[in-house]
Design a protein around this ligand. Structure first.
Ligand code: IMP
Length: 507
């Protein structure tokens, strides 16, 4: 089946789910703040910490300071990081401001509560720290797991991270330590000044540990080893859930018989389902499940370690060695161009499009969807004026499936026999698919179709194609001469300009 580009509806669903979870997380965060931190005058990290300090010193409600500081940061973020980073952050800032405001109004409306007062629902300060810290950690984890952020120090961290090689976690930690320690100056006249500062640090530690715990649990992967006579049914059943499996050859040493072992790396949350499937197919199956410290690759985490070279990796969806070499030569050293074989893809990607664009996109999108790499693919062909653009997308199979270039040329020469309009062009379209967009690059070379073949080199229709302004056919030219003017070279040159331009922008 032809791979489909992720549909609009699917993206909408993922986006909506993100916003719902981020909203729940913000509600938890606001509850932690208004029920546990603010009543005990505990300072947390982040901009909410700064806002709390302002509240303790002046009585200005937290949401106003929080909103004001974040507006400044967001303007800086839009300039430095672009709109894409900011969209969910803007939503989170506005939503948290609103929820904080609403919660305080609800609390104030309770009997016996004065305006501006936040009663202690948990009289013990330390217990408040523990509960508040846990709530805050869970809330932040849910927010991050759904691609959100609560603004503030996250923005500082993202901007610093753009210029300096400091991890986001370290930047946030440094900011939080400074914010919490500075609450000392507000409380210095109070007898329990140090206790308050230390409570702030306790909340910071508890929320950080909780944050890591929740995030790691969600991401935790497990490795199954399944030994069963019914291995093929089990492997099929797991495969059908979208999880890949590998079947290894083994030997039962006692019986000396051949055994198959299924290895499957999955997310912990999928394990119950996998156990159920195994049990329903083979209740006596022998199976082990172990925690996997880290799983990297398709469907799991990305390898974060920087490769020794700073080259950008792009996949060229082809296994044609000539094309690969030609493209590598043009792109030069700044890029690592991998072939389908290099990424372990040995599937035959069907070219079912009606145009060069469609075919190129199908191939590049296939790799992006199933292998995750930024990928480009090309589709080329010969277009004859007198034949209304034929053979066009059908150039490779013009004489029918299984026929070679010789048969294709024969059919073309027969179709043009006696025709004085011999104008033709070779056209290449490259589609480049990245996370954000699809880009197209086109190259053409005009010429004419001769009445008989000339030259031994090249491939395809080269012996009958004479490019305008030259007296040698593509098949009479050396590889270098052809590469200097070919349709593919022209399209690749445009693509290379684009990639190099992107590289320069990043510097
Ligand atoms: P592809 O999309 O690059 O695989 O090209 C499809 C078909 O177009 C090839 O099988 C050839 O028949 C023809 N073709 C594309 N580029 C050239 C070329 O540079 N010379 C000759 N034939 C070409």
């Amino acid at each position: 089946m032809v791979p489909q580009i992720p549909s609009f509806a699917k993206n909408m669903w993922v986006e909506t789910r993100d916003y719902v979870f981020i909203t729940v997380a913000l509600l938890m965060y606001a509850l932690a703040l208004t029920l546990f931190m603010l009543p005990h005058q505990i300072t947390t990290g982040g901009i909410s910490g700064v806002s709390a300090i302002v509240f303790y010193a002046t009585g200005i409600e937290v949401q106003y300071t929080y909103l004001a500081i974040n507006i400044v940061f967001l303007i800086a973020a839009v300039i430095e990081l672009g709109w894409k980073f900011c969209f969910k952050t803007i939503y989170a800032v506005l939503m948290l401001t609103f929820i904080l405001w609403l919660l305080q109004r609800i609390i104030e409306s309770q009997p016996g509560v004065n305006p501006g007062e936040l009663p202690k629902i948990m009289p013990d300060r330390f217990m408040s720290c523990v509960i508040g810290g846990i709530l805050e950690g869970v809330a932040l984890a849910i927010c991050f797991l759904n691609n959100g952020s609560t603004g503030g120090t996250d923005i500082i961290a993202a901007i610093v991270n753009k210029y300096k090689n400091l991890s986001l976690g370290n930047v946030i930690l440094i900011c939080d330590l400074i914010i919490i320690s500075s609450s000392y100056f507000v409380f210095q006249d109070q007898p329990d000044c140090w206790e308050r500062v230390i409570c702030g640090l306790v909340v910071l530690s508890i929320s950080a540990v909780t944050l890591d715990y929740v995030m790691n649990r969600q991401r935790q992967s497990v490795q199954f080893m399944i030994f069963s006579r019914n291995y093929s049914k089990i492997a099929d059943a797991i495969n059908q859930t979208g999880r890949g499996v590998t079947v290894l050859d083994g030997q039962g040493w006692y019986t000396k018989t051949e055994r198959k072992v299924i290895v499957c790396l999955a997310k912990r949350r999928e394990s119950i389902n996998i156990f159920r499937m195994i049990k329903s197919i083979d209740p006596y199956c022998f199976v082990s499940m172990a925690n996997a410290q880290g799983v990297y690759g398709e469907g799991f985490d990305k390898i974060k370690a920087k490769s020794n070279s700073d080259k950008r990796t792009v996949v060229f969806a082809t296994n044609n060695k000539h094309k690969l070499e030609e493209v590598r030569q043009i792109l030069g050293d700044a890029f690592e161009v991998r072939s389908l074989e290099d990424i372990g893809c040995n599937r035959d990607i069907p070219e079912t499009g009606n145009t060069f664009r469609e075919n190129a996109l199908i191939k590049a999108q296939f790799v992006k969807t199933y292998y995750g790499f930024d990928c480009f693919a090309d589709d080329s062909g010969l277009e004859c004026d007198a034949l209304g653009g034929a053979p066009g997308v059908h150039s490779a199979r013009y004489a029918g499936e299984g026929h070679d270039s010789e048969a294709n040329m024969q059919k073309l020469l027969a179709a043009l026999d006696g025709n004085t309009n011999r104008k033709a062009d070779f056209r290449t379209v490259i589609a480049f698919v990245t996370n954000d967009a699809v880009h197209y690059f086109e190259g053409t070379v005009e010429g004419k179709i001769l009445v008989e073949r000339r030259g031994e080199g090249g491939f395809g229709y080269d012996p009958i194609f004479l490019p305008d302004g030259y007296d040698q056919t593509f098949a009479e030219m050396s590889q270098e001469q052809k590469n200097a003017i070919s349709h593919r070279a022209r399209a690749v040159a445009k693509f290379a300009d684009f990639l190099i331009g992107q590289l320069e922008k990043k510097k």
